[in-house]
Design a protein around this ligand. Structure first.
Ligand code: UGA
Length: 499
């Protein structure tokens, strides 16, 4: 895909700051700079910033490192650990800091609050402050108040008259100096750059024409529908999108259990459902459930918000409950296949919460690993990218936890093989070779990744999720999950910008 280079008159006319250089911030910063804008990315983690300055991405995200290096070389992207410097040089500030979860399920907005205070204290001219991080509805209102409050304090501090009567006047005077907008991100880990350059929609939530114009301008190199709305509605679109996708997954997983009970094949049910354009085939991939940094916490945060507002949250709570139960349902399958888990050598393929990432946060695979270890299994583990992160949580331990260089090493002497993350790398495994290496050829497929007939023909006893019937499995069917591009055609898009 060719991304239109912005005309030289527009490119560089806004300076952008991206605060927080994680899974959302870094792709966003590099994306905007590849579109021709001057971007300064800031993060308080100096070690992370040093890595980024050296052209290294601190996590695995396909295509990002290459674009980062080109952005650095073009001079249109700089990274700093001095957050105030980024704020003061920018006209547009994207807030991309973390919004983790509090114990009660609500979003912990302390990082958003802290950055709003810093913005308030460094307000030197008009700034458009844009929420990118996923936040509950009405967070923008708090950001607005906080920036106003702290910019007024800064003004009165500068005059040396403390917080006295002039603070209110300063507050008035500064009211016009900034806008707060919501422009939620819809980036999926593992395809963040594809999502940035080829979005299915851009949501702009802004309450002033000035803010709307700037945001439209920033994205004008991209082709897609733009939904323009007020700030609170935009915030809700993001939370509702993640909750809806989670609901689809829990729905198909509930159907999976019915398939197991009555002898049907959920992959064929999903295919039959997904061909209806009102339903669509995406996010109907059954298995061990959803994980990651977004779905579980966003679902809980929306349920929490609904409850706070006296709205019935039982649908969202059911989605969460079904997802939590996936682990026990999978473990039951393991028990049914191998009987006693204690003392068994089990091979695990895949640890990341999904393919194409090294992220293990809230990964269902790790909850399974933990439960198996508790029951006394000996585990042999493999993941193409997530092993370093997994090792930090579950260090290698002789006779209990072994990390393996290849899936074949995982199979050596194993009494069952468990597929927990559907990496492309596992697609072309030689099943016969795997079987020969195992003590007992049992394959338990937590993502319905393998074709049951192929596995059985290779000599495996195969158990999938909701696959007790249905006839021959067609892997290329529309229901086999969303397509994951292997060679993205945006890979060469930065060319020409640097020359
Ligand atoms: C999700 C959303 O898809 C993005 O649009 C959003 O921007 C992002 O959260 C966010 O809020 O930042 P992500 O968490 O990267 O993106 O991952 P997804 O691809 O959505 O997958 C989430 C989980 O659902 C994974 O554990 C995956 O294995 C599982 N999943 C997904 C299924 O179990 N079945 C499916 O059919 C699809």
């Amino acid at each position: 895909m060719e991304i239109d280079n912005l005309s030289s008159s527009a490119a560089g006319s806004y300076k952008i700051a991206v605060l927080g250089l994680g899974h959302v911030g870094l792709p966003t910063a590099v994306g905007f700079s590849s579109l021709g804008w001057d971007v300064m990315g800031a993060d308080e983690d100096a070690a992370k910033v040093d890595l980024i300055k050296a052209g290294k991405v601190p996590f695995f995200e396909p295509g990002l490192e290459d674009l980062l290096q080109r952005s650095l070389a073009s001079g249109r992207f700089q990274a700093t650990s001095v957050v105030t410097q980024a704020i003061r040089t920018a006209q547009v500030i994207f807030i991309c800091v973390g919004t983790p979860q509090r114990e009660d399920g609500a979003a912990d907005l302390s990082q958003i609050e802290a950055i709003s205070r810093t913005i308030g204290r460094n307000l030197n001219g008009y700034k458009l402050v844009v929420e990118k991080s996923t936040v509950p509805a009405i967070t923008a209102l708090w950001i607005q108040r906080t920036i106003q409050r702290y910019s007024a304090l800064q003004a009165s501090d500068a005059r040396g008259d403390g917080n006295g009567e002039n603070a209110a006047a300063d507050l008035e005077a500064r009211e016009a100096d900034f806008d707060v907008a919501s422009n939620p991100e819809f980036l999926q880990e593992g395809q963040a750059m594809e999502n940035f350059f080829r979005p299915c929609r851009i949501v702009i939530g802004a309450d002033s024409e000035r803010a709307r114009t700037i945001l439209r301008d920033l994205y004008r190199g991209l082709q897609c529908p733009i939904v323009v709305t007020d700030v609170t509605t935009a915030e809700l679109i993001k939370h509702a999108a993640n909750a809806f996708l989670s609901t689809k997954i829990s729905f198909i997983n509930m159907v999976t259990d019915i398939c197991d009970a009555v002898g049907a094949d959920v992959t064929r049910v999903a295919e039959g459902l997904g061909l209806d354009p009102r339903i669509s085939p995406s996010f109907l991939q059954a298995g061990i459930g959803f994980g990651g940094y977004c779905f579980p916490k966003d679902l809980r945060a929306l349920a929490h918000l609904a409850e706070q507002q006296g709205v019935d949250s039982s649908l969202l709570r059911a989605v969460e409950r079904i997802n939590t139960r996936r682990i026990e349902i999978f473990l039951d399958k393991v028990r049914k296949s191998v009987w006693v888990i204690s003392g068994k050598r089990l091979g695990v393929l895949g640890l990341a919460f999904k393919p194409n990432t090294d992220d293990i946060r809230e990964a269902p695979s790790l909850r399974i690993v933990e439960a198996l270890l508790k029951e006394g299994a000996e585990l042999r583990l493999h993941d193409p990218w997530a092993m370093p992160a997994a090792k930090a949580l579950y260090p290698p331990e002789a006779g209990r936890i072994t990390y393996c260089e290849s899936p074949y090493e995982v199979a050596r002497g194993a009494e069952a093989l468990l597929l927990l993350t559907e990496w492309d790398e596992y697609k072309h495994l030689d099943l016969g070779r795997l079987r020969d290496l195992m003590q007992v050829p049992v394959l338990i497929d937590g993502r319905n990744f393998f074709a049951p007939e192929e596995a059985r023909q290779a000599g495996f006893s195969y158990a999938g999720m909701g696959r007790r019937g249905g006839g021959p499995y067609v892997r290329e069917s529309a229901a086999s999950g969303q397509s994951r591009p292997t060679t993205p055609d945006w890979a060469g898009m930065g060319e020409g910008l640097n020359g």
